[in-house]
Ligand binder design. Structure first.
Ligand code: GLP
Length: 259
């Protein structure tokens, strides 16, 4: 796993957008996996600006969301489909029919259908990830099987509290259930890029990168992936025991090596 410690979110956005740009230049039908939450917002802003300046086009891109709430309609302003359209895809030339998310309106069949859609697109080239305060990726809460596929999950009280800021600050208004790509679904992507910013993420980041691989901290499954990149700011890096080593590796990386 490569750990990159950046000075700020814009530097992270430049690195991640650069990697997506290279994928687009080299692939005729790129497939990207999108995460919601506040962490990837700077990346989406950077991708929008590269589109606006004519450097990037998403016309041939397919995008898959990581997860979706169950119990709110697609058009709800906080459904992840609505969020990703608002912060990213409505502002670029990605065809609306090329944006896919788990169908939270059909949780019983939604998981298997979503798996089939990802497979028929040829799998995901780059999957963006954030990390929850309890170490979740997507909505794979602690105790999620590392072999899990897209399925219905119940959210923990902690995640509902964390996400209540999008639902009028009332955890009771946060849906209890979600459809999420499983841990194994996420590991199928060819390149995983996990970002984390701020001191509240320092504990989960250190556990994910340097702790044991365990279903109790689903982000630790990234250790099983052969191409995983973790991009963190100073605050999110403070509990990493090998932070000086990671810094040195990145500073001395040969120019021809990509993330
Ligand atoms: C939600 C999403 C995750 C995201 C996490 C962290 O639970 N399902 O994909 O990584 O929130 O959110 P934030 O980036 O706002 O800290």
């Amino acid at each position: 796993m490569e750990v990159i410690i950046v000075e700020n979110e814009q530097q992270a956005a430049d690195i991640v957008a650069g990697s997506i740009g290279l994928l687009m230049a080299e692939t005729s039908a790129p497939v990207i996996g999108l995460a919601t939450g506040s962490t990837p917002l700077a990346v989406y802003a950077e991708l929008r600006s590269r589109y606006e300046s004519g450097d990037l086009s998403f016309a041939d891109t397919t995008a898959f969301l990581l997860d979706e709430y169950v119990g709110i309609p697609h058009h709800h302003p906080e459904s992840y489909r609505s969020v990703i359209r608002r912060v990213f895809t409505d502002h670029v030339d990605l065809p609306p029919s090329s944006l896919h998310g788990p169908d939270g309106e059909d949780p019983k069949n939604g998981g298997a259908r979503y798996e089939a859609m990802i497979e028929s697109a040829g799998g995901i080239d780059i999957q963006l990830l954030g990390i929850g305060s309890d170490g979740h990726i997507g909505f794979n809460e602690p105790s999620s099987s590392l072999a899990s596929r897209t399925r219905l999950k119940s959210l923990t009280a902690q995640t509902r509290r964390d996400n209540s800021r999008y639902f009028g600050d009332d955890p009771d208004d946060v849906p209890r259930h979600v459809l999420t790509q499983g841990v194994a679904t996420i590991l199928d992507a060819r390149h995983l890029i996990l970002m984390a910013f701020g001191s509240s993420k320092a504990g989960p980041v250190a556990a994910a990168v340097e702790g044991p691989v365990t279903a109790m901290l689903p982000a630790s499954a990234l250790q099983l992936h052969q191409h995983a990149t973790v991009v963190v700011d100073e605050a999110a890096s403070i509990e990493l025991r090998l932070r000086d080593y990671y810094r040195e590796c990145y500073a001395n990386k040969p120019a021809w090596q990509r993330i």
